[in-house]
Design a protein around this ligand. Structure first.
Ligand code: NAG
Length: 328
């Protein structure tokens, strides 16, 4: 005979389990997604340690560390090589498949992981990001390919390849850093060749995507952390949506914008290069990506950490206390 009672009991028990499980992550802290930086991987000792520290601050928090490949070596390699648009799409699928994240999450991006998470917000955002915190990210790109550690062969080969023909078809599809390389001396070529940063920054007239702006503006907060002594990210102000002036374009535009907004005249100089701060960028003044909307609402938080690129030290802690792990 068929043991009907046992099946019914099992079904009831199973349902109880599901109810218990979904209750837990409704009541607990909001989950967190991390995206590591260049040269790192999703499960490196540093990332595991960082996740552990956050769990001490927010007991019971669910944390997912984004990966392109679950194998650590391959994941590290994917930080140097690959098509960033494809990587972001892959991660969007990954995040959508994780049950614990379905009610939304906060996100922390380290270095390039920061602009990649921003791309996720603008293009996908299902499930939805609540607060986005980026540490030393290159939101306005880099004017030089980052210098590598002396023994970091993977990095050195990528760097050499990128410097050779950074706007070539191959580099733009296969070298990660090339896909956010934005050299003001060669701006027209960048606009033409680049398919990642030009896109998430809605830089191309006639191709601006309103969904990107709407999605970014739907964040609760965007927290932008700049490392005060950052010599890896050129210019370091990229972490705050600053960039080196584009000869011609920015100079003319700047005169007009400064005329309109004289209170924002805090332009800095570095190596004789003029740095256009966030609030004087056309991306901001014309609100291409919703950044001005967020800032007008008071939801762009500009923070600094003392030190060289990614010397996070204890700097993360007040930020994680304040912007991570709220009630889901
Ligand atoms: C704009 O972005 C959204 C979200 O990624 C996408 O679904 C849509 O196709 C894009 N629109 C255009 C015109 O490319």
């Amino acid at each position: 005979m068929f043991p009907l009672t046992i099946i019914i009991c099992t079904v009831i028990f199973y349902l109880q389990c599901i109810v218990l499980a979904s209750d837990t992550h409704k009541r607990g802290p909001r989950p967190l997604v991390l995206w590591h930086g260049l040269g790192d991987s999703h499960s490196s000792p540093g990332m595991v340690e960082f996740a552990g520290l956050i769990k001490e601050v927010h007991p019971g928090i669910f944390i997912h560390s984004v990966y392109i490949d679950q194998e650590e070596d391959k994941d590290r390699r994917a930080g140097f090589y690959g098509n960033v648009n494809d990587q972001v799409a892959l991660v969007a699928g990954q995040l959508a498949s994780i049950m614990e994240l379905e009610g939304g999450f906060d996100a922390i991006g380290f270095s390039q992981g920061g602009q990649f998470l921003r791309a996720y917000v603008e293009r996908y955002n299902e499930p939805k990001v609540n607060n986005l915190i980026t540490f030393g990210s290159q939101h306005m790109g880099i004017s030089d390919i980052p210098i590598c550690g002396r023994y970091d062969l993977l990095c050195q080969i990528a760097r050499r390849a990128a410097r050779g023909s950074v706007y070539g078809e191959w580099a733009q599809n296969n070298l990660v850093t090339a896909q956010y390389f934005r050299n003001p001396d060669n701006y027209a070529t960048y606009l033409e060749a680049n398919k990642f940063l030009t896109s998430i920054n809605n830089e191309k007239e006639g191709e601006r995507n309103g969904t990107y702006a709407k999605n970014l503006a739907s964040l609760n907060k965007i927290v932008l952390v700049l490392f005060t002594e950052d010599k890896t990210v050129v210019p370091k102000e990229s972490s705050w949506f600053g960039s080196e002036a584009i000869p011609g374009d920015d100079e003319v535009g700047m005169q007009q914008r400064i005329g309109q907004r004289p209170f924002l005249l805090n332009i800095q100089r570095r190596d004789d290069r003029e740095i256009i701060p966030m609030r004087l960028q056309r991306l901001y003044t014309e609100d291409w990506i919703g950044l001005r909307t967020l800032d007008t609402r008071g939801d762009v938080i500009l923070e600094t950490c003392e030190g060289e690129h990614m010397q996070v030290g204890d700097c993360w802690k007040p930020l994680v206390l304040k912007f991570v792990g709220g009630k889901a």
